[in-house]
Design a protein around this ligand. Structure first.
Ligand code: AQP
Length: 331
């Protein structure tokens, strides 16, 4: 609890230009917590260097991700919005938690396995210990709830296990967090390989729809989306491509699968793809407009980052001191 409110924490890596997966599964839902919860939203740049980044691009994407947070409705007066590397307590607690996280647990993480396969030339220790840094991010703020997409559920569960382990050894120290996963849109799939998750770092541009893509690009990408040899707009097993398009349509419109199937009954895939593209582009247009406003004001973004880092550091230091005392450090 902070200021009498429960705490929400989440973050996004500036590891690429954000996709509609990041939007529907995570960021779009962030602002809904601000009235009831004390919210911390972080641009997790420390996480992003587990995969090699071009420094100038990383810097630009860090500003852009922060601007997107604001464009998606995060009011910096109501939320603590900051950059992870500006609060050194994240890295410090991560080291301590590394010592309470088991090799076997980290080895079982599916993201580690996926990313190791994708980055076979750079399977670094940070990629392996990514989940204990994420546990530090969450546990530092005594977080109750972590809004994330389905792919991050396993990491939040590990953060819970680490918190419980630490609390058992040293008495209550951390709040044990829960993942908060949206029902529709928690796992948006690639448009090119619909059995795979859509990822911002995918090198195939046709696989991903980015929040900042132009309307023409969005429509073109949906037109090319891989489907199947059928023709009916129906959510069914074995129809990964169509299922994904139906999910995206429902997530943007708020309609149910049944309503969507009825709306497009008798129509072909081409018509449906065009409709999904339209709805997606139109829904993103206001975000893009606000992004243009925020991203052009670097001074404002820097003031938000600075204030966010100060607020976050204040809370983070309290937890870190408690942890250091418990493990036996002189503070
Ligand atoms: N395809 C997705 N559908 C729904 N939610 C998604 N998220 C990611 N992809 C999808 C959610 O977005 C938030 C931020 O993700 P992240 O930046 O922490 O890293 P990630 O999960 O590894 O996302 P990407 O896009 O796949 O990034 P790269 O390519 O760098 O690995 C999280 O809440 C995530 O669940």
């Amino acid at each position: 609890m902070q200021d009498g409110r429960k705490v929400v924490f989440s973050g996004v890596q500036p590891s690429g230009n954000l996709t509609i997966g990041n939007y529907l599964g995570a960021i779009k839902n962030f602002s809904g917590f601000s009235d009831e919860y004390k919210c911390y939203y972080c641009v997790v740049d420390l996480h992003s260097i587990t995969v090699r980044q071009v420094p100038a691009e990383l810097r630009k994407r860090t500003y852009d991700t922060l601007a997107l947070y604001l464009a998606c409705g995060l009011d910096p007066d109501k939320n603590t919005v900051f950059v992870q590397s500006h609060v050194p307590a994240h890295a410090e607690l991560a080291w301590i938690l590394d010592c309470y996280t088991m090799f076997g647990e980290l080895s079982r993480m599916t993201q580690f396995k996926d990313k190791s396969a994708k980055n076979a030339q750079n399977i670094n220790a940070g990629l392996f210990t990514y989940p204990s840094l994420m546990a530090a991010d969450i546990l530092l703020y005594q977080t109750e709830m972590v809004p994330v997409g389905a792919d991050q559920k396993q990491h939040v569960e590990l953060a819970r296990d680490i918190a419980i382990r630490f609390n058992t050894i040293y008495s209550d120290t951390f709040v044990v967090p829960e993942p908060s996963i949206i029902k529709t849109g928690h796992k948006i799939m690639s448009l090119a390989e619909p059995e795979k998750k859509m990822s911002k770092s995918d090198s195939n541009e046709n696989a991903v729809v980015r929040i900042l893509d132009t309307k023409d690009t969005i429509i073109r990408k949906f037109r090319r989306a891989v489907t199947d040899s059928g023709s009916e707009i129906r959510f069914a097993e074995g129809k990964d491509g169509i299922n994904n398009l139906i999910t995206i349509y429902c997530a943007f419109t708020g309609k149910t699968v049944e309503e969507t199937e009825n709306e497009f009954s008798g129509m072909g895939y081409a018509e449906f793809k065009a409709a999904v593209g339209e709805v997606c582009a139109d829904s993103l247009a206001p975000v893009q407009e606000m992004f243009a406003k925020y991203s052009s004001d670097k001074g404002f973004l820097e003031s938000v980052m600075k204030r966010g880092a100060e607020e976050a550091s204040y809370s983070a230091r309290k937890t870190l001191s408690k942890v250091k005392r418990k493990v036996g450090f002189i503070i």
